[in-house]
Design a protein around this ligand. Structure first.
Ligand code: NOJ
Length: 559
């Protein structure tokens, strides 16, 4: 099967592979490219069009590989460059595209660029690639400004000379092991052009671009006028000088020019966390990114109002041309939806059976809602299995730098990165052959393995497969607008075209399916009276004749 060259990103379903936790091909307890290649037919069976693979580069793994020590190689933990080339080949043979994860804001502190910079005298040219500055105060003991790291604590670390004396400070918006690159430096720009070309030449169909707005720093590095919380978040800092400044757009245009120089054009999907639809839309102008993740749903509480607001906020952006949002409900950074949406299970208490049932019903409803929205959607591995956040990992095995940098105040993201359960009754659930996975899997995942769900009528895996298949068969879901329907405040309804309606019941009691519609698919069984139960979504198809001219289709559906 060959990969067609349409504007596939406009309405595709993508699948995020967090490599270390996907499938272990060499039985060392960590996922790798060999394991991913073995499981490509499974990904294909979901009906998705593309995969995004989390960073596979050589890395000290201080931040799950988002600390890159060599952008043109593969860490031995995951395989080698031949494996990556073979992955592109196998994926293409199955009609799947592959997006490589590019981390442009920062390198690892073990990257040769940084090692060279730190070992050369202050003011040397290699330091130009990063942000080295003198400290404030008589002995330079104060950081150069008041910026805070996304992972907690100051965004600056002081260097130490070979003789033990203190030197300049360097900037890191994330962990100290992730020094920020200076995108004003021509060499940084040239290196990344070469990196994009390297992977494009090897077979990548596009790129997921990490933390894009972080490149937009005010090069004067002035103090921010806000008080940072423990960890920073874009909604807290609308006008900070460390994020989303104009220079980032200049850089994104350079990347797009590289993408355009390939046939078919390489696709750029950005992680663009900004605080307004109009800021987001600036990244999606015709000569910038093709798409950007919309994280709003991944953070929304379970309420009709919250979900409507998220959709309005995102779609309210001035979208132009073929740019589209890529919706997400989860990722390797977010609490898994089953846990997040189980209302009583937000704290340190383990999930009860009831919490799990509630969270699962809501997560299934949320997936159907997401897959009915205009734009693309990206599902995170394990979302199709209804996995929950593993909240009881032993503290001493947590690897996320957020845990240490917040002095254990936050649990970090390891709980959504537990290796997938594929088959069998006990750990490693087919993830590895026999070696225990790098993070332990809950024994209750025996009921959630791929093998188990393939046999279980109505499983989350079967629901997701059916939904993606239907989505690709229904032309109204591939393009066009959506409109909210007149509805009860706690029932979300919207149409796509004249014949398709998506209905989500956030209310406390079942609601009737509107006359003239039948359910194509629902996230849980309808009631015996054919109503839509609470915490459930249905995709409805109009059966009645098309209304007379003049009637606004959709908006008058009585709910
Ligand atoms: C966003 C990535 O998704 C996250 O995992 C990482 O920690 C930060 N960017 C820093 O690279």
């Amino acid at each position: 099967m060959s990969v067609e060259s349409d504007s596939w990103w406009e309405s595709a379903v993508l699948y995020q592979v967090y490599l270390r936790s996907f499938a272990d091909g060499n039985n060392d307890g960590s996922g790798d490219i060999a394991g991913l290649r073995d499981r490509l037919p499974y990904i294909r069976s979901l009906g998705v069009k593309a995969i995004w693979v989390s960073p596979w580069y050589p890395s000290p793994m201080c931040d799950g590989g988002y600390d890159v020590a060599d952008y043109q190689n593969v860490d031995p933990l995951f395989g080698n460059l031949q494996d990556a080339a073979a992955l592109f080949h196998d994926a293409h043979a199955l009609g799947l595209r592959v997006l490589v994860d590019i981390v442009p804001n920062h390198t690892s502190s073990q990257h040769p660029w940084f090692l060279k910079a730190i070992n050369e005298p202050e003011g040397g040219p290699a330091r130009e690639m990063y942000y080295f500055r003198d400290g404030k105060g008589p002995d330079g003991t104060e950081p150069p400004n008041n910026w805070s790291s996304a992972f907690g604590g100051p965004a600056w670390t002081r260097t130490v000379h070979a003789d033990g004396s203190a030197g300049q400070w360097y900037l890191h918006l994330f962990a100290p092991e992730q020094p920020d690159l200076n995108w004003n430096c021509p060499q940084v720009r040239a290196e990344f052009e070469a990196i994009l070309r390297f992977w494009s030449d090897l077979g990548a169909d596009g790129f997921r671009l990490d933390a894009v707005p972080a490149i937009g720093k005010d090069s004067g590095l002035p103090d921010a006028s806000i008080q940072f919380n423990d960890v920073f978040s874009p909604s807290d800092w609308p006008e900070t000088p460390l994020w989303d400044g104009e220079i980032v757009h200049e850089v994104v245009r350079l990347w797009r020019a590289v993408a355009r120089s390939y046939q078919p054009e390489r696709v750029l999907l950005g992680e663009v966390i900004v605080n307004s639809p109009s800021s987001l839309a600036r990244y999606l102008r015709g000569d910038e990114l093709h798409s950007a993740f919309a994280f709003e749903l991944a953070r929304a509480p379970w309420s009709a109002k919250a979900f409507r607001t998220c959709v309005d906020d995102v779609l309210g952006g001035p979208w132009t041309g073929s740019a589209r949002p890529t919706w997400v409900l989860s990722s390797h950074d977010e609490v898994r939806p089953v846990t997040r949406l189980a209302s009583s299970a937000q704290g340190s208490e383990p999930l009860t059976e009831q919490d799990l049932a509630l969270g699962t019903a809501r997560a299934r409803a949320a997936v159907l809602l997401m897959l009915a929205l205009p734009g693309s959607a990206c599902m995170y591995q394990g979302e199709e299995l209804g996995l929950w956040q593993v909240d009881d990992l032993p503290p001493d095995i947590l690897e996320d730098p957020i845990v240490a940098q917040t002095g254990d105040a936050l649990k970090g993201r390891d709980g959504c990165r537990v290796p997938l359960p594929w088959a069998g009754e006990k750990e490693p659930f087919g993830f590895s052959k026999s070696t225990p996975p790098w993070l332990p899997q809950p024994s209750a995942w025996a009921d959630l393995t791929v093998e188990h769900q393939e046999r279980s009528q109505g499983s989350t895996l079967q629901l997701v497969r059916e939904a993606i298949a239907l989505r690709s068969q229904l032309p109204e879901l591939a393009c066009g607008q959506m409109r909210w329907l007149t509805s009860k405040p706690d029932v979300v309804g919207f149409d796509r075209g004249t014949d398709f309606v998506c209905l989500v019941n956030f209310d406390a009691s079942p609601v009737a399916i509107p006359d003239g519609y039948t359910a194509l698919l629902s996230s849980g069984p309808l009631t015996r009276r054919g109503q839509l139960p609470v915490n459930t979504t249905a995709w409805l198809k109009r059966q009645a004749p098309v209304p007379e001219p003049g009637r606004q289709p959709g908006v008058a559906v009585p709910l």
